[in-house]
Design a protein around this ligand. Structure first.
Ligand SMILES: Cc1ncc(COP(=O)(O)O)c(C=O)c1O
Length: 387
């Protein structure tokens, strides 16, 4: 018998619902609120900086392996400016091909086959794939509606002698949960007590509407045991540029760099110059990003509520999780497959973000990083569901 082509660790991870839904959006001419990318580009001056870098020959050849010094300096400066954190740009910052590569390289560096990795589900889909690539074992701790708060007793119970690390994501995609300072303090104390590491994905750090973004690395004892990951895609609305970064102690960064150098070695040379400039944008840029998205959140939340969904208002990110139960629906996958035909809108079923698909079966996610008129049009179309 012929062996399957895909290695067994990745079996079952072949096709994503995103590709299916985006294709449906095109063939049906629907509004795509499925995938999380903005429909307008980031600041024109930053786009110009990237173009000028290309034209003037900056970054067109392999940049330095850890990233250009200008960008590593700007990342360290950003951490000091927003969180009072100190990182040495020479040894504690590594530029990656988006947060996606940062997550993959970090897990491949730190996880041995058989190690357990705890993550809060529903989770961003690359987590499951990356844990599978390491040969590690995924251990979910479930965030439950309506508020999706982390159950820290459940977390405590999930830790075993095989646990290597906790993979954290706050603000959290897809639920919009922003972990509170108190929740992070409890989590950090547990991590120190059990001698674990934390890998924290903070790509939505500047998209917080309720509460504040607190990096877990600011908690006592966490500087030595945290790998912090972020990227420019969401903060500056250039998701195609794929500039991300890792921040940690020199030892942890060296471990991640060892893997990263054989994944991509380097990427996005000219874009690195542009993002160095972007990170230094004045405070009103960051406030404007947040305020604009807050208005969009409210617009789509109210449209979805009017259309009859149960709406779980997100505290951060640009996603809204809903429940389709009140519309007489039980299954999010079926609902999402039919939605383009019914009213010309595309969404994503949250069940794909759960290990136990049954738990999130009736949840559906909508992205609101779209122009106001697109969201208004989508709300009007969704209102047709009420008949
Ligand atoms: C939670 C989370 N992490 C990481 C990423 C990927 O970031 P990047 O585009 O920088 O690779 C995304 C993108 O949707 C995300 O939602």
């Amino acid at each position: 018998m012929r062996r399957p082509l895909l290695n067994h660790r990745l079996a079952g991870l072949g096709t994503t619902i995103f590709a299916e839904m985006s294709a449906l959006a095109v063939t049906t001419g629907s509004i795509n609120l499925g995938q999380g990318f903005p429909d307008s580009d980031g600041p024109a001056e930053i786009a110009r900086a990237a173009a000028e870098a290309v034209i003037s020959g900056r970054g067109n050849q392999y940049p330095p392996g850890p990233g250009i010094p200008e960008l590593r300096g700007a990342i360290a400066e950003h951490q000091r400016r927003f969180y009072g954190l100190e990182y040495d740009p020479g040894t504690e910052v590594l530029v990656t091909a988006g947060a996606t590569e940062a997550i993959a390289a970090t897990l491949l560096a730190l996880v041995e086959p058989g190690d357990e990795v705890i993550a809060f589900e529903p989770y961003y889909d690359s987590y499951a794939a990356c844990i599978a690539m390491t040969g590690g074992v995924r251990v979910p701790v479930t965030l439950r509606p309506p508020r999706f708060r982390p159950d820290l007793d459940e977390l405590r119970a999930a830790i075993t002698p095989r646990t290597r690390l906790i993979l954290l994501n706050s603000p959290h995609n897809p639920t919009g949960c922003v972990f509170t300072r108190a929740e992070l303090a409890t989590l950090a104390a547990l991590v120190c007590e059990r001698d674990l590491l934390v890998v924290t994905d903070e790509v939505y750090e500047h998209i917080v509407f309720d509460g504040e973004h607190v990096p877990i690395v600011t908690m006592p004892g966490m500087r030595e045991r945290t790998v912090s990951i972020s990227s420019a895609g969401k903060t500056f609305s250039f998701t195609g540029w794929k500039i991300g970064w890792v921040m940690a102690t020199p030892e942890l960064v060296a471990a991640v760099r060892t893997v990263k150098q054989f994944l991509t070695y380097v990427s996005g040379g000219p874009f690195q110059y542009a993002i160095a400039q972007a990170l230094r944008l004045p405070d009103h840029y960051y406030a404007g990003l947040r305020d604009g998205l807050l208005r969009k959140r409210d617009l789509l939340c109210s449209g979805l509520a009017t259309a009859g969904f149960d709406v779980y208002e997100p505290g951060g990110t640009y996603f809204i999780t809903t429940d389709v139960g009140p519309l007489g629906e039980k299954d999010g996958v079926e609902f999402c497959r039919a939605l383009p035909g019914r009213c010309g809108v595309v969404a994503i079923p949250n069940s794909v973000f759960y290990d136990d698909a049954q738990v999130g079966r009736s949840q559906v996610r909508f992205a609101f990083c779209k122009r106001d008129e697109v969201l208004e049009d989508a709300a009007a179309r969704l209102a047709r569901l009420r008949g």
